[in-house]
Design a protein around this ligand. Sequence first.
Ligand SMILES: [Zn+2]
Length: 282
Amino acid sequence: MTSGYVCVTFDFDALSSWMARGQLTATPRSRGEFAAVAVPRLLHTLAVRGITATWFVPGHTALTYPELTREIIAQGHEVAVHGHAHENVAALPPAEERAVLRRSLEALTDVTGLTPRGFRAPAWDLSDASVGLLAEHGLLYDSSLMGHDHAPYLCRTPDAVDEDGVRWGDPTELVEIPVAWSLDDFPHLEFLRTPSGLMPGLRDPAEMFTHWTRDLDYMLRDIDRGVLTATMHPEVIGRGHRLLALEEWLDGLADRDVTFATCEDIAALTRSGARLGEYRPA
Ligand SMILES: [Zn+2]
């Protein structure tokens, strides 16, 4: 068995994701509002276990809940960028993407007094301009891509894909801490009506966490110093039956050789030359 890292991450979307969906009637607003009810519960869950997490906070959320955002920092967690009002950056013209990034960085810096070091694209879609923009604004890492499951890697300048094949871009200094929809609570658990159909969600959270544990156990068997990045949303995971399942999951990791790390820790390790996530089958 090898050792590994677990990054526990929360996307504190609050009202911003409902803004991005154009759903701002009273009930969707209140669904966003529930995130702020859930954050203190999650902070307590983490504090009693001594776990440090990364919280991706849209600028709009930081401005709406400045005290709560500062409390996240006060409890030793990392706060990183997640758009301003949960914009899909892949759909924005470059000038607008730049303006949104600046606005979100400014909001987080004003509220927390700290400069964020990482970025996660709302809805996990980067534009071809994103990598350059993030590096230009001093960010160390992104956490939106899916090119690996357990190895951080360097983001590339845009790849060119056509019928003849792919011409890969050049590696940059920006570290990617990859994510996966299977390691996200939202599609498993959240019920949502969208213009394109119904997202049923509402699955048994224990089943979701069993998948996550199985991913982790595979990683610990065959991947040396791998990283498992789990993504949760306060408004989703912060309800009773899910919170109990989260607590059971975290407690169940205690007998495995894992270190809880923030995304910033993983980005710093990667930039210092540490080889994380090498395939070494047992
Ligand atoms: Zn989000």
